[in-house]
Design a protein around this ligand. Structure first.
Ligand code: ZN
Ligand code: ZN
Length: 183
């Protein structure tokens, strides 16, 4: 994840309030491990601003990419844009001027800047991607999904399965049969 590791030695030496802007571009291959079931369809790109705070560095910015994800009804691949809003705070483990180790941040979940003054965005990007991925992607609002009996894609035409009987009198019997096969 080299594209997501930023050397912030210069910014650490500056006064609180100093800022640096970075343009980030991560190749699709590098994203693949961060996307669970989705597949990257474009690089992850965007602009970040890093700001020096008295004890830390704030990261803020927007990144965007496109991913291929399965339609939750018919399983066809759908290309979906994904936008990430990043906001995180990183604490140096080493004092930049003296080289002395610094106390760990109070918050166990806070991010740290390693001894080489590198700030690694992989984890915040991974977490933000998972939150930004659509839970129920649809190829189209009117997607008809798959036939539950034969698995045919009903967007491509009707299958030959019998439609479900709508006869109310059969409902208790069907429930009974389903109960038996389920046990
Ligand atoms: Zn679909
Ligand atoms: Zn069918």
């Amino acid at each position: 994840m080299n594209a997501l590791r930023l050397n912030v030695a210069g910014l650490l030496k500056e006064q609180s309030g100093a800022a640096r802007d970075y343009t980030v571009q991560v190749a699709p291959e590098e994203l693949a491990g961060m996307l669970e079931d989705a597949r990257p369809a474009a690089p992850l790109e965007g602009d970040l601003r890093l700001m020096r705070a008295p004890r830390s560095i704030f990261v803020r910015g927007q990144l965007g990419t496109d991913v291929n994800i399965e339609c939750s009804r018919c399983l066809a691949e759908v290309e979906t844009p994904v936008e990430l809003e990043l906001e995180a705070e990183y604490f140096p483990q080493i004092d930049i001027s003296s080289g002395a180790p610094l106390p760990a941040p109070d918050d166990d979940l806070a991010f740290t800047i390693d001894g080489n003054h590198e700030l690694d965005l992989s984890e915040i990007v991974r977490q933000s991607l998972l939150l930004a991925l659509p839970m129920h992607a649809l190829c189209a609002e009117a997607c008809r999904g798959l036939c539950p009996d034969c698995g045919a894609n009903l967007n491509q035409g009707l299958c030959t399965c019998e439609p479900e009987p709508a006869d109310e009198r059969l409902t208790p019997l069907r429930a009974l049969l389903q109960g038996r096969t389920g046990s």
